[in-house]
Design a protein around this ligand. Structure first.
Ligand code: AMP
Ligand code: ZN
Length: 498
């Protein structure tokens, strides 16, 4: 049974989809006026993982993600750069899609663009006016917040306490507050200002507000109610509160059954954001970091918790990924070097551990997508398996069973979207130390951890045959200090992580 923490209920709830075996998911997409930063990426990676897990559990998932391609920030950027808003939006939409691919995030099933769905939004605004939930002032249309009696329930706010705090600023700085009947009301449709992108509407030329976009698109592509609505925690209020108000007021039904919000990615305990200027672009981070390492870092923290990004965490994630790739390599090495003799460890025990890993993985993920727990299950299996495999030999007949355990690990990390195909390149300080050792003792000049180790092993073999035991020992001890264990086997020396 899958349980999801629902922001509105403020507790975990058993997941029961609207249509058996199917899941409709909507995750707010980016406003395309800049490259996305790794904070945005965290949210998208979290929901990609949720989606992948639900698919693996057998659900047919329909994943919808909008692109906000008309917005004040896009218009401002275009004016700054002497381009049209459409050009700016196109550039950063393409870049966003490219970045998501590079980060290993699956394409949504449907990616509606706001500018292509204006009529759907207009129809929804008309319906709200008809039902008395919205009103027109000089070409603007506002949602009457107090006409929807559940306003504030999602983000746990009391309407009467909100009044003074929540003020909407008009892009041109004009007195929006005077136009609204109630300061809490927000814009569904904004009258056009000269030079801005605008569309014909029953209220004159104008453009939609941000919130109405998601209400219109989610209903159009998923129907109401749909199962899961997601986004970063900063969207819960006002964006999601407003989406919910609009949609539920219009349809007199539930909008989304489960509201999921991801925690913020922080740098030095401060939220990473474009407006604070303390952001790292995803594309820059991916220039020096494998997508799988970044994903490992993200998934080592529960999606709802804040996540502190640092080089140190990146280093830990890289080592963690290396533990997985090293396990796979060691197991495959044993399979390739299988002998006629007895397997030196209990294969039934290994198989029992695989089953336990799978069970613990599912248990963790079923519990509100606890990816840290799921990874813990995989690592504890790898720890056991490494113990079995140390100084072991394998009977050829047992190869298939060992291979299966490897496949299980690859499958489960794959469910989390972590690919283990890439060579393990450890970005840690220890890898700098490894390269230094390989350079100083064995004359290695490259920058690949694996190649450095091989060079050290070759050098050690040569030293041993030359009876230069001082060098041979220096290499063994040096690797040992860095956390590597050398084993001498009839097939030659092997290195594993301690
Ligand atoms: P935006 O383009 O600002 O609307 O953001 C797109 C998505 O990224 C939204 O779901 C935001 O909640 C999310 N987001 C923005 N900043 C962060 C952050 N520092 N950490 C996690 N998610 C974020
Ligand atoms: Zn939205």
């Amino acid at each position: 049974m899958i349980k999801i923490y629902d922001t509105k209920a403020r507790t975990k709830r058993e997941f029961v989809p609207v249509h058996e075996g199917k899941v409709g998911m909507y995750v707010c997409g980016p406003t395309v006026y800049n490259y996305i930063h790794i904070g945005n990426a965290r949210t998208f990676i979290s929901f990609d993982t949720v989606r992948r897990y639900l698919m693996w559990r057998g659900y047919e998932v329909t994943f919808v993600q909008n692109v906000t391609d008309v917005d004040d920030k896009i218009i401002a950027k275009a004016a700054e750069e002497g381009r049209t808003p459409a050009e700016v939006a196109k550039e950063y939409t393409d870049a966003f899609i490219e970045d998501m691919h590079a980060a290993g995030v699956l394409d949504p099933d449907i990616r509606p663009r706001a500018t292509e769905e204006i009529n759907t939004m207009i129809a929804l605004v008309e319906k709200l006016i008809e039902k008395g939930h919205a009103y027109v002032v000089d070409g603007d249309v506002y949602f009457a917040v107090r006409s929807y009696k559940h306003y504030g329930e999602l983000s746990n706010r009391n309407v009467d306490e909100m009044e003074s705090g929540h003020r909407e600023l008009r892009a041109d700085g004009q007195g929006l507050e005077d136009r609204k009947r109630d300061p809490l009301d927000f814009a569904l449709w904004k009258a056009a200002k000269p030079g801005e992108p605008s569309w014909e509407s029953p209220w004159g030329q104008g453009r939609p507000g941000w919130h109405i976009e998601c209400s219109a698109m989610s209903e159009k592509y998923l129907g109401l109610p749909f199962d899961i609505h997601g986004g970063g925690a900063d969207l819960a209020f006002p964006h999601h509160e407003n989406e919910r108000a609009q949609s539920e007021a219009a349809c007199d039904c539930t909008f989304a059954n489960y509201w999921m919000h991801g925690g913020m990615l922080q740098i030095n305990s401060e939220k990473m954001s474009k407006s604070l200027g303390n952001f790292l672009l995803l594309r820059d981070v991916l220039k020096t970091t494998e997508a799988s390492v970044l994903r490992m870092l993200m998934l080592q923290t529960h999606y709802r918790s804040p996540l502190d990004f640092s080089d140190e965490r990146l280093c830990e994630a890289s080592s963690a990924l290396c533990r997985i790739t090293n396990f796979i390599k060691n197991a495959q090495w044993l399979c390739q070097n299988a002998q006629d003799g007895e397997t030196t460890f209990d294969m039934a025990l290994l198989q029992r551990d695989v089953a336990a890993m799978r069970e613990a993985f599912i248990e963790a993920m079923d519990d509100d997508f606890n990816t840290a727990g799921a990874l813990g299950a995989i690592f504890s299996f790898i720890g056991e398996a490494n113990t079995y495999m140390t100084n072991a030999s394998l009977n050829a007949a047992d190869s298939a069973a060992l291979q299966e355990s490897v496949q299980s690990v690859i499958e489960l990390v794959g469910v989390l979207g972590i690919s283990v195909e890439a060579e393990c390149t450890d970005v840690c300080e220890c890898s700098a130390a490894l390269l230094a050792l390989a350079h100083d003792v064995a004359g290695y000049d490259g920058s690949e951890g694996e190649a450095a180790i091989q060079c050290l092993l070759d050098c050690r073999a040569q030293a041993r045959s030359d009876k230069n035991f001082a060098v041979a020992d220096q290499i063994r001890d040096g690797l040992n200090d860095l956390g590597y264990l050398i084993e001498d086997t009839p097939q030659g020396a092997r290195v594993s992580r301690k």
